[in-house]
Design a protein. Sequence first.
Length: 364
Amino acid sequence: MTKSEFIAKTIRPEVQALKAYPVTPPWAGIKIELMEDNHLDVANNSATSQAMRKAIANAVADAAFNRYPDPAAPALKAKLREKLGIAAGHGVLLGSGSDEVIAMVSQAVLAGGGTVLSLEPSFAVFRNAAVACAGRYVGVSLNADFSLDLAATLAAIQHEQPKLIWLVYPNNPTGNSYSDEQIEAIVRAAPGLVIIDEAYEPFAGRSWATRINEFPNVLIMRTLSKIGLAGVRLGYLFGAPEWINEIDKVRAPFNVSVVQQVAATVILDHYDELKRHAALMVAERERLFVELQKLPGVTPFPSKANFVLARFPDSALVFDALKTRGILVRNLSAMHPLMANTLRISVGIPAEMDALIKALKEIL
């Protein structure tokens, strides 16, 4: 048999049909594509950035990187509780980014069967993780304006009886939040676990963390990637320890490295500065939204995240024209039928937003 024939008979057909999550190679120009904290770029050379980098470097130099990490990560979990307000009674599960947390939850809940439900368009990793675990993925489309179709969602829950529901709050890639009443209706209708992904909580000004004790089937997932640690990779899940203890059983023994633990612990000592960055990004997000509204044929969508999604007359043309000017955004037009001609623009520092707005005025 040929290699292709071996692969065809060995790899599950549903995995062969998947598309890997698209990742752009490193970009030397203005990168406003993946919702990172550009305030910490070396090129910006801020005193704060230098201080954080020096503190991390010193801590890593003193770390026992020749030893396996402590899987309990007590210092990091204590710092997460202190700085991010995780209740003392909640369990915490760490992952190498939210991607690993999603994989662990999927393994624990779906492996060998079961249905996972999510709203669409949303984070593509939910589907891939479900399929990788031999689960069945069901997507419920949002309305054309990206609002939640609650009736359709509740009907799908009733019909599909999902073991796992993912809700992104605010949603990626659309940027909007659903109402508390809508989320509560979904939680109460759910026959299984509901995980609320709050990756963009620092920019949203609202969270469900204070309400999860009201329900027996809700956990919160967050990440440090959006506030300065995208390259270090740290995601976390928290909530009732009974849930966390079960999911923890499928965690790889040393999944969060010594360097990850040390870097995250150190940078959380600067959390006040990271919150200041988040406030600056919120201000730039609002400015970007207003400027996009002024452009001919452009429809930006209100956002509570650190990006703005906008529909253009010809997104491919605009995307390519921006790239030729050294500016990288995310073209999501092929992601979902509702995303036709859309670009997602991450919020950068003011100078980057100035360059983007100037370029768009030239292009359009």
